[in-house]
Design a protein around this ligand. Structure first.
Ligand code: CMP
Length: 143
């Protein structure tokens, strides 16, 4: 069973798309194990986006991700990393396939609504950056 870190970015929150996006993952049959509505600090943003340091879009990206609340989540399921990335779509909305979140709702690369981990290693790192172990809720479906 795999876990991934998904984060609805400030543009997704401000456009009122939290429910729409969460609903897609729920209907897919994936399991929500943690969620947090929060403002990302500059320090956490630098940690989360460390791999992009030095790139031309790095500073605007930090300003954007810290500019308003995000909805950070951990989801669980078989192949959840690949499945959620497929549902999110390519980084650039122009390349995102129809039916994906970015194709359906995004126009620009820098306003692409949601982040999803791209590997088991980055999922583990990103989950640990945003959540403490006790915030990950273990439960079985009982109804
Ligand atoms: P995300 O998947 O969160 O990871 C890095 C983010 O940088 C990416 O989504 C985009 O929101 C943002 N970004 C802005 N410009 C670019 C770019 N030219 N190439 C890749 N990512 C970019």
């Amino acid at each position: 069973m795999e876990r991934t870190f998904l984060m609805i970015k400030p543009d997704g929150v401000q456009r009122g798309l939290i429910g729409e996006i969460v609903s897609r993952f729920e209907r897919k049959g994936l399991k929500l194990v943690a969620a947090k509505f929060m403002v990302v600090s500059r320090e956490l943003a630098e940690t989360h986006y460390a791999e992009h340091q030095g790139k031309p879009f790095y500073e605007p990206l930090l300003n954007f991700i810290t500019a308003g609340p995000v909805f950070a989540m951990v989801w669980q399921g078989d192949n959840v990393i690949a499945l959620t990335r497929a549902m999110i779509g390519k980084t650039d909305a122009v390349d995102a396939s129809p039916g994906t979140i970015r194709s359906d709702f995004a126009v620009h690369t820098n306003l692409n609504l949601i982040h999803g981990s791209d590997s088991p290693e980055s999922a583990a790192r990103e989950i640990a950056n945003f959540f403490s172990p006790e915030q990950l809720v273990e439960y079985e479906h009982t109804v």
